[in-house]
Ligand binder design. Structure first.
Ligand SMILES: *[C@@H]1O[C@H](CO)[C@@H](O)[C@H](O)[C@H]1NC(C)=O
Length: 202
């Protein structure tokens, strides 16, 4: 086959897989990045509610505002992750339950998350959190057979209002250290959200 045709096919496959996977596709393999999961991550301090402030494009989150993730410990040592969001077009609530576990106690910042209802699973790395203000979460998966990777990243806060300038500066430093491109982040609307009391009615 001539080179032009080969590159055309590769380009078509990349576009196709991008659409299918619905995630940001970037050059280079995951292990070539400087991203490192937090080595002394303590999941017991991480429990409770987190508000998504920024995220990379992800098909399963299209149009979702007011996105939160609530981490609750389960008796068997795993952690339940309850992701909630509101469809910004029709106001419908969306809810996805995941079960997170640490596969290797030497690497506590690397969470394996299973979504039983969706039949899906993901590797979620906590790059850094101070447990009280911010969390930087990241997921990277190599595109099979290509020198490309699918990347997701989330900036989470403990309050809907987001970060103070100090915390934001620290988050920016962490992103830079971990080679996470800040230009890819999309802001998440946490302002026009239903009141917390409505949670009980949904
Ligand atoms: C959270 O942010 C506040 C305000 O910037 C700061 O005073 C506090 O020390 C931070 N918490 C941690 C655990 O760093």
């Amino acid at each position: 086959m001539d080179l032009k045709l080969v590159s055309l096919i590769v380009a078509a496959l990349v576009v196709l897989s991008h659409t299918v996977q619905g995630q940001v596709l970037l050059p280079g393999r995951c292990d070539r990045q400087q991203a490192a999961a937090m080595s002394d991550f303590d999941v017991s301090q991480y429990v409770g509610k987190w508000y998504e402030q920024y995220r990379y494009f992800a098909a399963f989150e299209i149009g979702l505002k007011c996105v939160t993730a609530e981490y609750s410990p389960l008796p068997d040592g795993t952690v339940q992750v309850n992701n909630k969001g509101i469809n910004s077009n029709n106001g419908e609530a969306k809810d996805i339950l995941g079960i997170a576990s640490i596969q290797n106690p030497e690497e506590p910042g690397k969470l394996h998350v299973v979504f039983p209802e969706q039949g899906a699973e993901a590797e979620l790395w906590i790059l850094r959190t101070d447990y009280e203000n911010f969390s930087v979460a990241y997921s990277c998966r190599d595109a099979p057979g290509l020198n490309l990777r699918f990347v997701s990243a989330w900036l989470l806060s403990r309050t809907a209002e987001g970060y103070t300038a100090d915390v934001r500066a620290e988050v920016d430093r962490i992103l830079l250290q971990n080679n996470v491109d800040v230009r890819r982040f999309l802001p998440v609307d946490q302002q026009s959200c239903p009141a917390a009391t409505l949670d009980f009615l949904q």
